[in-house]
Design a protein around this ligand. Structure first.
Ligand code: NAD
Ligand code: UDP
Length: 331
């Protein structure tokens, strides 16, 4: 099977490319490098021991998207291409809506025209908004607090409507919790531009001495130690979930939603302490005020993915902290 990975040069996509190749799938990556670098492709090729087909393409360009489908004989699509920074989306909503919605529409339209019926879409736990009940289950109400989140929820709706109108179309919406970690080779991982927004890349920059200390956003939440709790998932576990989702869409029609998380919540202080312990590096930190829009706690009920996809996260928080540092210290 030939799988198109949109956004495949990015953090999560690069790990999915590796796992798909490991399972014998043929992979085509399409990316415009708006948030990734061409060097990643060589690193993926080194890990898998062969050259993966790559196309530099912007999926908001309908003509280019159709051309790629016309010439490529694609069997399934994993659609990751998108802008993903919550804060930036509040400053540049037009760019976020255009990029994230138009690319999905173009891909869905090309899939219809070229009779490609299987799609896996990268959604996010952010669509649950402020959780009223935990753990989060797929059937719980959704809502969003920022344009990025709305693009995910709108894409979920668009794909739901398309799948209703085209009963042979098979779609899986994967709601990711908090991916961290890196491939064990240390060749691919998360390397954001500028000052990181997310916790783990911020910690690794403090560990490298690039940033002086971590700012912990609030220690007065109703959690075990007052700091925010999240469901951190190793990016390799997450990537394997996509391989299982591809197997699922091959054999099912209609649309299904799956949480990809571990089901376990860790606090910011848990992450800092575990990172320090496994890597033997002190992470200086200070407690500052809460960050706007943050929720106290968020973690998944991943049992639907276990039952229906046969997927379960296997890597520990220690693995995530060790692999994040192994990548960051060499890059
Ligand atoms: P990333 O920025 O590393 O990867 C996204 C890739 O898409 C980048 O390589 C970027 O260059 C490319 N891209 C963006 N717009 C494009 C376009 N119009 N045409 C072609 N390529 C384009 O991000 P990631 O962390 O790997 O996330 C992948 C997907 O998963 C995104 O859709 C993101 O919203 C979603 N997601 C990520 C997280 C997370 O915490 N990392 C959590 C939930 C969901
Ligand atoms: N966080 C923090 N300092 C940082 C970045 C994040 O204390 O510099 C906290 C944040 O408040 C949240 C957790 O770490 O409780 C995870 O934040 P991240 O931005 O990584 O993911 P989110 O769940 O917000 O998408």
């Amino acid at each position: 099977m030939k799988i198109l990975l949109t956004g495949g040069a990015g953090y999560i996509g690069s790990h999915i490319a590796v796992e798909l190749c490991n399972q014998g799938y043929e992979v085509i990556i399409g990316d415009n490098f708006s948030n990734s670098k061409p060097e990643v492709l060589n690193k993926i090729n080194t890990i898998v021991g062969k050259e993966i087909e790559f196309h530099e393409i912007d999926f908001t360009n309908k003509e280019a998207t159709f051309e790629l489908f016309e010439k490529s004989n694609i069997d399934a699509v994993i659609h990751l291409a998108g802008l993903k920074a919550v804060g930036e989306s509040c400053i540049m909503p037009i760019e976020y809506y255009r990029n994230n919605i138009v690319s999905t529409l173009n891909i869905a339209e090309a899939m219809k025209k070229y009779d490609v019926r299987n799609l896996v879409f990268s959604s996010s736990a952010t669509v649950y908004g402020v959780p009223k009940e935990l753990p989060l289950k797929e059937g719980m109400p959704t809502s969003c607090t920022n344009p990025y989140g709305w693009t995910k929820l709108m894409n979920e709706q668009i794909l739901t409507d398309i799948s209703k109108a085209n009963p042979s179309f098979s779609v899986v919406l994967l709601r990711y919790f908090n991916p961290i970690g890196a491939h064990e080779s240390g060749l691919i991982g998360e390397d954001p531009n500028g000052i990181p927004n997310n916790l783990m890349p911020y910690i690794t920059r403090v560990a490298k001495g690039v940033l002086p200390e971590l700012n912990i956003f609030g220690n007065d939440y109703p959690t075990k130690d007052g700091t925010g709790v999240r469901d951190y998932i190793h990016v390799v576990d997450l990537a394997k979930g996509h391989v299982d989702a591809i197997k699922f869409v091959e054999t099912h029609a209609g649309i299904e939603i799956f949480n990809l998380g571990t089901g376990v919540g860790y606090s910011v202080l848990d992450i800092v302490k575990t990172f320090s312990k496994v890597n033997n590096i002190e992470i200086p930190y200070q407690i500052v005020g809460r960050r706007d829009g943050d929720v106290a706690e968020c973690y998944a009920d991943p049992s639907k993915a276990k039952e229906e996809l046969g997927w379960i996260a296997t890597k520990s928080l220690e693995d995530m902290c060790r692999d994040s540092w192994n990548f960051a210290k060499n890059n």
